[in-house]
Design a protein around this ligand. Structure first.
Ligand SMILES: [Zn+2]
Length: 141
């Protein structure tokens, strides 16, 4: 059995707030399976190869919400990427983690360094499998 447990935080996070999953999505080209960043052509002309997110319901967020083009919550960047013909893979996870942890990781700007898919050190993760590993513990609701 392949170990797909999320990497553990280096220290307990004493930050307030609900505990859930921090996850990293890697945008891919569905035709080739290769990494392909999104080139924004609208506001700000952003350039994004990855998306950081936080959720307390990993499976729902990854398998349903991010795939729903009509969704209006966080993750608009993902919708834009899908609309542009890209797809995504779940590349990295951390649990338990707070929103503050997500912000830290985002601010580090280290998505490529964190991404096992881009580094060739790992394959895409399965959200249901990862959630089962921790048994949806923590009672974050
Ligand atoms: Zn990547």
């Amino acid at each position: 059995m392949r170990s797909s447990s999320p990497s553990r935080p280096p220290q307990p996070w004493a930050q307030p707030g609900p505990v859930g999953w921090v996850y990293l999505l890697c945008f891919r080209d569905p035709a080739t399976g290769e990494h392909r960043p999104l080139r924004g052509n609208g506001a700000g002309g952003q350039f994004a190869g990855h998306y950081w997110g936080w959720t307390d319901d990993l499976v729902r967020r990854i398998t349903r919400e991010h795939r729903n083009p009509k969704r209006t919550g966080p993750g608009r960047l993902v919708q834009v990427a899908l609309a542009a013909g890209l797809t995504f893979e779940l590349a990295w996870l951390e649990y338990p983690a707070t929103r503050g942890r997500e912000r830290r990781l985002k601010n580090q700007g280290s998505a490529y360094r964190r991404c096992p898919l881009c580094r060739g050190t790992g394959g895409p993760l399965d959200p249901a499998g990862a959630a089962a590993v921790v048994g949806q513990a923590g009672g974050a609701r």
